[in-house]
Design a binder for this molecule. Structure first.
Ligand SMILES: [Zn+2]
Ligand SMILES: [Zn+2]
Length: 329
């Protein structure tokens, strides 16, 4: 094999196109990985739409499961054929104030897979070996792919929610369907808020152990301790604030959101908090995969051939995918 294929975003706002190029050689510290599966994340839509900073042209995809096909100079601890996972955090500087204080997710000079370096909508990808994860064996390649962002950044969001015995999940897509299972394992009560009238989504949420599921305008059975927002919809922030009890938190888990409408200060009063979640640290990954390996967790996926990446993205955009969409080269 001397070449690779990929689906590339040339310019924001235009459909992905299929490209072929020679197989890259891994540079110092890098691995060449043959992609077995790559999850489709909502962030990929924001890359496609030009709503977040990315470097174009770019090959999207940051939920990559593959096998090591070549090992660059100075890399140790990897063998040819070994299965690895590549997440959104592709590189950090290691020297900025954030990196030095355990907050590499906020690094001043990061690289992000599928946004500022090429990602996994491809037959092959080159990744910095220090940011690749070992994945629990019990998940197949396709099942493991959504764990790399939907699961992992969801996990970071859940940790930021604190103890929170009752949590609300707004937007029941790839992330929430994993988080609901994790939260239930932690004996939390989980309420799912879908688009108004999305009965199918609400049934899906209840099938994964949510104690209540309704539309985002509906009142839950009781106020929640924390609300996690996965949908990129700013209107949900004031709505979620009204659904959390005193001292509760609203966690915005997405990289992009439409503007948040103004709301009365009384809705924030009584020490309610709003905060965002940015990226991940490698520690988030290690702790999450350890947990994922030890609990009864299943991902629900819908696979698409790599060449159908545009169709897969459209299905995520319109909320047609139950669970997570995964591309298979
Ligand atoms: Zn840094
Ligand atoms: Zn993502």
């Amino acid at each position: 094999m001397s070449g690779m294929v990929a689906m590339q975003v040339r310019v924001p706002g235009k459909a992905l196109i299929r490209i072929e190029r020679p197989l890259p050689e891994p540079d110092t510290g890098e691995l060449l990985i043959e992609v077995a599966a790559c999850g489709v994340c909502r962030t990929d839509l924001h890359v496609l739409d030009g709503e977040i900073s990315a470097r174009y042209p770019v090959i999207p995809g940051h939920e990559i499961v593959g096998r090591v096909a070549a090992i660059g100079p100075t890399v140790s601890g990897f063998t040819l054929g070994q299965r690895v996972g590549v997440p959104w955090l592709g590189h950090t500087c290691g020297t900025c104030p954030y990196c030095r204080t355990g907050r590499e997710n906020l690094c001043d000079a990061p690289l992000f897979t599928g946004a500022t370096r090429d990602g996994g909508y491809a037959s092959h990808v080159v990744a910095d070996a220090h940011y690749c994860f070992d994945l629990p064996e019990r998940f197949s390649d396709v099942e493991a792919a959504p764990l790399l962002c939907a699961g992992l950044i969801g996990w970071r969001a859940l940790r930021l929610a604190g103890a929170a015995p009752v949590i609300g999940l707004y937007g029941f897509g790839a992330a929430a369907h994993i988080l609901a299972q994790v939260a239930r394992h932690q004996r939390r009560t989980v309420y799912a808020f879908t688009k108004d009238g999305d009965k199918e989504g609400q049934d899906f949420a209840r099938s994964l152990g949510c104690a209540w599921a309704g539309g985002s305008s509906d009142d839950p059975p009781q106020l929640v301790d924390a609300a996690l927002i996965f949908a990129p919809v700013g209107e949900l922030v004031p709505r979620a604030l009204r659904a959390v009890r005193k001292g509760g938190r609203v966690i915005c888990a997405g990289i992009y959101m439409s503007d948040i409408p103004s709301f009365p200060y009384a809705d924030l009063w009584e020490e309610r908090q709003i905060r965002s979640v940015a990226n991940l640290t490698r520690e988030d990954g290690t702790s999450f995969f350890e947990l994922a390996d030890s609990i009864d967790l299943h991902t629900v996926t819908q696979t698409f051939p790599l060449e159908d990446a545009n169709e897969a993205l459209q299905s995520v955009r319109t909320g047609k995918v139950k669970g997570a969409a995964v591309l298979v080269p």
